[in-house]
Design a protein around this ligand. Structure first.
Ligand SMILES: [Zn+2]
Length: 172
């Protein structure tokens, strides 16, 4: 496994609609395992493939905050098959938009269908942070960032801040 560099907004690769994975093979597993390692190292609770420059429908997450241990979840070709009626507004952040947090409204519960690391079809009900995280990551696969839900002025300010951050990083 290896830690991969995380793309910082703005980047054209973060705006792309990613095509599905055709077969869950060793290459896909390698990408997913690297993504988990990258996410834990960041640290973060979710990471989507385009954030490491891989334009495929894969994301990983682990919203387990207890001391019971890690609960890594690999979602390949994920899709929401049902949602609850309730919506919740919570503060979100993104590894591609460091140190920026803002409120976004999401479904509180949903059922996610995806292929797991072995290519098996899984249908999993998600609630609370797991549900919110899955919606945030799924958005990434469609080229959508959480700041796209904010007002245009706020979004422009954040983008300017990220461009400055990238320039500073490039200078080293
Ligand atoms: Zn994100």
């Amino acid at each position: 496994m290896a830690i991969r560099p995380i793309l910082i907004h703005p980047d054209p690769r973060l705006k792309k609609v990613c095509p599905p994975v055709e077969a869950v093979d060793d290459e896909v597993r390698r990408v997913a395992d690297d993504m988990l390692e990258t996410m834990y190292a960041a640290p973060g609770i979710g990471l989507a493939a385009p954030q490491v420059g891989v334009l495929r429908r894969i994301f990983v997450m682990d919203c387990n905050r207890s001391d019971a241990g890690k609960e890594p979840v690999i979602c390949i070709n994920p899709e929401i098959v049902a949602t609850g009626a309730e919506r919740v507004k919570t503060e979100e952040g993104c590894l591609s938009i460091p140190e920026v947090y803002d409120e976004v409204e999401r479904f509180e519960t949903l059922t996610l269908r995806f292929l797991d690391r072995d290519g098996a079809v899984v249908e999993r009900p998600l609630t609370g942070q797991w549900s919110i995280c899955a919606q945030h990551e799924l958005d990434h696969l469609d080229g959508r960032l959480f700041i796209d839900y904010l007002g245009a002025v706020r979004r422009t300010m954040i983008t300017i801040r990220m461009k400055k951050l990238k320039r500073e990083k490039a200078r080293g």
